[in-house]
Ligand binder design. Structure first.
Ligand SMILES: [Zn+2]
Length: 283
């Protein structure tokens, strides 16, 4: 198990898949060319130009319950983006080694993109069926509305709504004494943060607010997937500023390597002051 503890909360990393996710300068267009050497080897492969990243789920044990943060891409998906099309992994078996799907209490989707809601459901005899039948799925209402009618919504969100398992939330949502969701629009209209506060420890799960660690050093640098470019920049600057002030561990959805970082103010951006204690993954 790849687990750290912050206050009373255990955080376990379950990687669905890691490796090359496409050309860094396409995915995160503002990165310098050539890319900074410190991104090598965990986050960038200079030989191929691809960004090294991960699809992963964070499993939290908090206040006696089990909470999943984001559910990856999923198996059997037909997606126009070749990056996410047709995945077949043993993610669910590896997750089940840690928690039985029936024992998951809460599922958090930081937003409704294909690589964050995939394992919300699984293909059971041709039907998209909730993977975690006893969980409350917390889905940002703005994204549920924005992506309604898309293939991703049809196979990964609509079955959750139909099963009566979804809780749609707006500005903020408290999960327990340690965990609270907060709206952080920009990347998508409903993009959310999950703040962890336990004892003196702090973390903030930021979803797709950053894809490459380079964006920490230049918070104006968006990914190609940020729908509202100006709002995405403002949110990134604000959230990282607070993370530096309050010493929150920043936990993005897709970092490979050690997965999460501490940051400090550095000129117009931030510098990495430390990495989390998760085992490093790279290509
Ligand atoms: Zn993503």
């Amino acid at each position: 198990m790849d687990t750290i503890k912050l206050g009373d909360v255990e955080i376990t990393r379950v990687v669905e898949r890691h490796g090359g996710f496409g050309p860094l300068h396409t995915l995160v267009p503002g990165t310098p060319d050539p890319a900074p050497g410190w991104l090598v080897p965990d986050h960038h492969d200079p030989a191929t130009g691809v960004m090294i990243a991960a699809a992963q789920t964070w499993v939290l044990r908090s206040a006696g319950r089990t909470i999943l943060v984001d559910t990856g891409v999923g198996n059997d998906r037909v997606r126009p983006n070749p990056l996410f099309n047709g995945w077949q992994t043993d993610f669910l078996e590896r997750l089940t080694d840690i928690v039985d799907p029936g024992d998951v209490d809460v599922v958090v989707n930081t937003h409704v993109h294909a690589d964050h809601v995939g394992w919300n459901t699984h293909n059971l005899g041709g039907e998209w069926t909730p993977t975690f039948p006893n969980a409350a799925y917390l889905i940002p209402r703005a994204d549920e509305e924005h992506f309604r009618g898309s293939a991703v919504h049809d196979d990964s969100v609509a079955p959750i709504l139909a099963a009566g398992l979804a809780t749609l939330w707006d500005t903020s949502f408290r999960i327990d004494e340690n965990l609270e969701l907060e709206a952080a629009p920009g990347h998508t209209p409903g993009s959310a943060l999950l703040r962890l506060r336990s004892g003196t420890d702090r973390a903030v799960f930021v979803g797709d607010m950053v894809h490459s660690p380079y964006q920490l050093t230049d918070p104006l640098c968006n990914s190609m997937f940020c729908l509202d470019q100006g709002q995405a920049r403002a949110t990134r600057r604000r959230v990282l500023g607070r993370a530096a002030d309050e010493r929150e561990l920043v936990v993005p959805a897709h970092f490979a390597g050690h997965g999460a970082v501490e940051v400090k103010e550095n000129g117009d951006g931030f510098a990495i002051s430390g990495w989390a204690g998760f085992q490093s993954i790279s290509s």
